[in-house]
Design a protein around this ligand. Structure first.
Ligand code: SF4
Ligand code: SF4
Length: 458
């Protein structure tokens, strides 16, 4: 269903049956008896990679026969020279394929999700919460990408499209509450468990897919290349993003939006393989125009971030006045579900933020029963949003996890606060994209490039 299966697997040669993966799985997809190798039910798994994050059973490179280890690395899509241990729960890798496409000299464009810049430094000995957007841009350029763009640009674009869709629905053009569609694991869950509620999902593609669609249209036009020649790569904190890129509908005129997805950990492996010393790199800017972003786009990496970004813009569009305080602290926090009510132009607006799929079912059942009075809901599968995603650097010691997540979170809020532009609709390059190419939010071009239909299966 919905694209690539088997993104996440458990290696029965290595699994000790400790059950950590089972404890952390938000949808009960892991099966197995304590002390025997566990397995994953593919019809239930949403590919979030939380089991990969928590798994601490590993095969040491030095303990087993090197030929066996090399074979396992090839099967997993890893560089054979990578010396990191092989854990029992793993996700498929794309780094060797991306490295060889870059070596062929294709026209490449890369995007980088917000949570990556708050965590990749950990792979190179930097403290948790080290914020490295400039080094990241430099690193991607050293790897040979022709255009070093940013998913944050597309996060701002998502606010323009999703915010307009919400306002249309509030005027009667669609069912409420409207749910965000940025997290593919959440979308997968809704498709599997609540197919009758899919019309409540925003039709927006996620920022990853919007960025890819813009790369292969506007970006290709700017560079004077055929969209079919563009190799579009996404660097993500997320394992489910690999499957999302392969979904039906994530293409335009037969050209896929995103050709390859690397996790934060895979990008770090590519840098090690290329002998690039990340910590020693200078700060460099992302390329313009598609690498320019607001603080609102940057907080998409956190639970509550999409909601906060949307409310900053919605308030100004609805009232015609500046939002009194840019920091909307009432949607921040780490609880599994948060509610807030605000008044805009005399209208009461109710929102909910869900972090962790295990918390979403009661709300969905209330929608089914017709007893939910919320207008807009953000759902993120991972416990603190994408900063705690399945493709992020592993935090093996449980007692350190909260501390590390808090540091990554603080880094993204810090980055938002230090940017001159903090609202998506004020991003000058997004404004230029609408002026020069898209026309208007929800217009014809936007619709064909940036929206999709959920519930499609292969
Ligand atoms: S990937 Fe996520 S949903 Fe699938 S088994 Fe692992 S924790 Fe559960
Ligand atoms: S919360 Fe973020 S990292 Fe986790 S599954 Fe959703 S999009 Fe991926």
């Amino acid at each position: 269903m919905n694209g690539q299966q088997n993104v996440i697997r458990i290696d029965s040669d290595i699994c000790t049956g400790c059950g950590r993966c089972k404890d952390v799985c938000p949808v009960g997809a892991v099966e197995g008896v304590q002390g025997t190798p566990h397995s994953i039910r593919e019809d239930v798994c949403v590919l979030c990679g939380q089991c990969v994050q928590q798994c601490s059973a590993f095969a040491s490179f030095y303990e087993q026969h090197p030929a066996c280890i090399a074979e396992k690395k090839r099967e997993r899509g890893l560089f054979v020279s990578e010396a990191a241990p092989l854990f029992a729960a793993w996700h498929t890798g794309d780094a060797p394929r991306v490295a060889s496409r870059l070596a062929e000299g294709c026209h490449s464009m890369v995007q980088c999700a917000p949570a990556v810049r708050a965590a990749i430094g950990e792979e190179f000995g930097m403290p948790a919460g080290a914020l490295t957007p400039g080094r990241l841009a430099a690193a991607l350029r050293r790897l040979g990408f022709d255009r070093v763009y940013d998913t944050n640009f597309a996060a701002d674009l998502t606010i323009m499209e999703e915010g307009s869709e919400l306002l249309q629905r509030m005027e009667g053009a669609g069912p409420l509450p409207m749910f965000t569609s940025c997290c593919p694991a959440w979308v997968r869950y809704a498709e599997q468990q609540f197919p009758d509620l899919l019309e409540h999902l925003s039709s927006c593609k996620s920022p990853q897919q919007m960025a890819g669609a813009v790369f292969k249209s506007y970006g290709a036009q700017l560079d004077g290349v055929d969209p079919r020649q563009v190799f579009s790569v996404a660097v993500m904190p997320c394992t489910c993003k690999k499957a999302e890129a392969q979904r039906p509908g994530m293409e335009h005129d037969g050209v896929r939006d995103v050709d390859a997805v690397l996790t934060t950990g895979e990008l770090a492996a590519m840098l090690r393989q290329a002998h690039i010393d990340f910590a020693a790199l200078p700060d460099e800017p992302f390329d313009r125009p598609l690498g320019s972003y607001s603080g609102a786009g940057n907080i998409f990496g956190l639970t509550g971030g999409v909601m906060e970004a949307a409310l900053r813009t919605a308030y100004e569009l609805v009232t015609g006045e500046p939002v009194p305080c840019t920091e909307l602290v009432y949607v921040r926090g780490g609880e599994g579900i948060r509610h807030a009510t605000l008044t805009m132009d005399g209208r009461t607006f109710r929102v909910a933020v869900v972090a962790g799929l295990q918390h979403v079912r009661p709300l969905l059942e209330a929608v089914r029963a017709g007893t939910c009075d919320v207008n807009f809901v953000e759902v993120m599968c991972c416990p603190q949003g994408c900063i705690s995603g399945g493709g992020q650097p592993k935090v093996l010691l449980p007692f350190q996890r909260d501390e590390v997540y808090a540091a990554r979170k603080a880094a993204l809020y810090r980055h938002d606060a230090e940017l001159a532009c903090r609202k998506s609709h004020e991003n000058p390059q997004v404004q230029a994209l609408y002026r020069e190419f898209l026309g208007e939010p929800l217009g014809h071009v936007s619709h064909s490039l940036l929206h999709t239909v959920y519930g499609q299966t292969r």
